[in-house]
Design a protein around this ligand. Structure first.
Ligand code: SF4
Ligand code: F3S
Length: 376
């Protein structure tokens, strides 16, 4: 039987589009009843130019991750349906024509997605069209409807910022609030290395549905996505609580999929939704095969190294779990089974995100009224 209405997303049937909207509605906290709102917001968004994507000091991994995401792909949404006015890796124009596309998009009102860090000590380490990244960020920040830093480089600087940080790599928000001279600059940070397409699509959907930016934690991350630790939702968590640890890679504990804390897993201090939306078509993720390095945390490249050593000051349960202690938030409700349902429940009841420290002032206005939200 044919769907009654056409799908607004090329390559998806109406039924598939609505199923996707339903999952997004749950992800942003509206529950399944929010499906019509999400569908209406996306259909509205598809009618107008929306995204400019800039690449600064990075490896292009976030773009690649986005383009390789799966059904319905962010590529379908962003490259085919939403007008991606500028993306150096994927667009057809080049040279002056490309630069015109860039400035024209801002004139029409666009969200600005930035991949890669700004280089403060050597501004020319990243320059586009004769302008360095800092100059571009300062010039266009106020013209964008909202600024989203995708991945750990744009969010915090990432590994190129590791001491001694020769180029002076900084996250976009830190650069704007410091050298950029805009102390209340708001940037939505979506850190992970690489950035995850689901995080971007969910954040854009949240904004379109609610007409406001999501509440952010102190690191600028949306609480609805980054409100819980890796440890809170980890599939190996039951082994942590039972005191069953991998002691050396390849040992019996490795073969039994025991907890990786003692070989360096940073999951107890890392806020990100990796166990929930995973990677590679949601089939696998870091802790499935090895320790989390904490790549969604600011300064993880300095603070959480050496990567193969345990995080200090984490109470570790005794073997058998008799003295299990809690870490993070909401652990009594978390089990190694049914984690997805747990997350959905947390979102639906508004409890997700209670544990990560929030910015002092939560954003509340409409995007059109307060274009940069309120993470000042
Ligand atoms: Fe999972 Fe790491 Fe926590 Fe162990 S320490 S339960 S592997 S997140
Ligand atoms: Fe980073 Fe998540 Fe892996 S925080 S290290 S992508 S588990």
């Amino acid at each position: 039987m044919r769907d009654a209405q056409p799908s607004p997303v090329r390559g998806l049937s109406r039924r598939e589009f609505l199923a996707y909207c339903g999952s997004l509605a749950v992800l942003i906290g509206l529950g399944e009843s929010g499906l019509p709102q999400v569908a209406a917001a996306i259909e509205q968004a598809l009618k107008r130019p929306m995204l400019v994507w800039s690449d600064f000091q990075e490896c292009l991994g976030c773009t690649i991750a986005l383009l390789q995401a799966t059904a319905p792909t962010p590529a379908q949404l962003i490259l085919q349906q939403i007008s991606l006015a500028y993306n150096e890796a994927a667009m057809a124009p080049a040279g002056f024509e490309a630069e015109k596309s860039f400035s024209d998009a801002f004139a029409e009102g666009t969200f600005w997605v930035i991949e890669g860090s700004v280089s403060e000590k050597i501004p020319g380490a990243i320059s586009i069209g004769g302008k360095n990244a800092g100059d571009i960020v300062k010039e266009y920040y106020s013209k964008a409807q909202g600024v989203i830093a995708i991945g750990s480089c744009a969010s915090f600087g990432n590994v190129q910022a590791r001491t001694p940080n020769p180029t002076g790599a900084m996250g976009v928000r830190a650069w704007l609030r410091g050298p950029g001279g805009i102390p209340d600059a708001t940037v939505i940070n979506l850190p992970r290395c690489p950035g995850h397409g689901d995080d971007l699509v969910a954040t854009l959907t949240y904004i379109l549905v609610n007409g406001a930016l999501p509440e952010l934690d102190k690191a600028g991350r949306p609480l609805f996505l980054y409100g819980q630790t890796i440890h809170d939702n980890c599939e190996r968590r039951a082994h942590f609580e039972a005191g069953e640890f991998v002691e050396v890679f390849g040992d019996e504990g490795s073969q039994k999929h025991w907890c990786l804390y003692k070989v360096g897993c940073k999951g107890p201090v890392t806020y990100a939704p990796c166990p929930i939306n995973r990677w590679n078509g949601r089939t696998s993720w870091c802790v499935h095969v090895g320790p989390c390095t904490g790549c969604s945390e600011d300064n993880f490249w300095n603070d959480l190294t050496p990567f193969a050593e345990p995080v200090p000051n984490i109470p570790v349960p005794a073997i058998g779990g008799a003295s299990a202690q809690t870490i993070g938030l909401g652990l009594t409700a978390v089990t190694a089974v049914g984690l997805g349902a747990h997350l959905v429940g947390q979102i639906a009841t508004g409890r997700l995100g209670a544990g990560a420290p929030a910015e002092p002032k939560a954003p509340s206005g409409k995007v059109s009224e307060t274009p940069k939200g309120g993470d000042s």
